[in-house]
Design a protein around this ligand. Structure first.
Ligand SMILES: NC(=O)c1ccc[n+]([C@@H]2O[C@H](COP(=O)([O-])OP(=O)(O)OC[C@H]3O[C@@H](n4cnc5c(N)ncnc54)[C@H](O)[C@@H]3O)[C@@H](O)[C@H]2O)c1
Length: 288
């Protein structure tokens, strides 16, 4: 259903690799809500993935850019402004990659060149996008910029590795730049901390299937889907959230405020049964 929430607005969406990508769903929803868009991804992702096909479907262009490369970013903004015939109202940063995760380097045995890449691609690129936009004065007043994060920025998760450090930095950049851009140009900057979601990047995390199941059992509302994340992004790009800035906003079905749930505990008990002779807890209701 469309509410025309983004009618007349123009945005850049980073990171739509394939139909599973969160950015893909955001681009489709933003288009439905009346926005004009340009899409962007790395040249390699554009060759291997389906960014170009999505651009055709949405009647727009896909502009290759490595989000860590300042020249690529300034070309992206120039081409987008040309395409729209005006400045930009919203940006989605939906980018994450860790060579340490990919190469299965343990967190206590990181390759520091890889770590630099993780941080550059997954966090510093957000600063580079914002710095380029500000220097080019590419965003309209009351513009909105959103990056996608994960709760491992605040709490430790097995297997999330150096991406946890990248997400902590990403969220900090949203606050620090949010102050400057808000004060000067009324541009708001937020991160959305999303539930585990089945995508190419998500599935790279060690033990991802179990993490997905655990989060589902722990969250009173269940995991938020990519479509639900897209809906939340639309509200943040819209004029309905003009005073929301410098926030990390959880779209996670309640997971981040849970300690233990009945469903997770029941699953844990099954494991205990399996591993040892300790009997089941005999007073079920104490776990409610
Ligand atoms: N999937 C999850 O469980 C989950 C949960 C919380 C947050 N997130 C975050 O959501 C965002 C999107 O990830 P996704 O899950 O949709 O996976 P995805 O693999 O579909 O998207 C990641 C995108 O990053 C792009 N990318 C990588 N390096 C880049 C670079 N140098 N320049 C520009 N783009 C680059 C990839 O090409 C890809 O399009 C990421 O920030 C991710 O950390 C994902």
């Amino acid at each position: 259903m469309s509410f025309n929430l983004l009618k007349g607005k123009k945005g850049i969406v980073f990171g739509a690799l394939n139909p599973d990508s969160i950015a893909w769903k955001v681009a489709v929803r933003a288009h439905e809500e009346g926005a004009q868009l340009t899409l962007t991804n790395t040249s390699v992702a554009m060759r291997m993935g389906e960014t170009q096909q999505l651009a055709e479907k949405l009647g727009t262009i896909a502009i290759p850019a490595d989000a860590t490369n300042m020249e690529d970013l300034s070309n992206l903004f120039t081409q987008s402004i040309d395409h729209f015939g005006g400045k930009i109202d919203f940006i989605l940063h939906s980018i994450g990659m860790s060579p340490n995760v990919r190469k299965e380097r343990h967190y206590s045995d990181l390759d520091y060149n890889y770590l630099n890449k993780t941080l550059d691609i997954s966090a510093v690129s957000f600063h580079k996008v914002l710095q380029t936009a500000r220097k080019m004065d590419a965003l309209n007043e009351w513009g909105s910029v959103v990056a996608l994060s994960y709760v491992a920025a605040q709490r430790t998760f097995f297997g999330y590795n150096d991406m946890a450090d990248a997400k902590a930095l990403l969220e900090s950049i949203a606050r620090s730049f949010g102050y400057i851009y808000g004060r000067e140009r009324r541009v708001r900057i937020n991160t959305i901390s999303q539930s585990p979601t089945v995508t190419t990047a998500g599935s790279g995390v060690k033990g991802f299937d179990r993490l997905l199941d655990f989060a589902e059992r722990m969250s009173p509302l269940g995991n938020a889907t990519a479509d639900e994340c897209a809906d939340y992004c639309i509200t943040l790009f819209s004029d309905l959230t003009r005073k929301v800035t410098m926030q990390n906003l959880f779209n996670d079905g309640g997971f981040s405020n849970m300690g233990m749930s009945l469903l997770a505990l029941q699953q844990y008990e099954k494991g205990l049964h399996h591993d040892c002779d300790c009997g089941p807890a005999n007073d079920q209701h104490i776990y409610d």
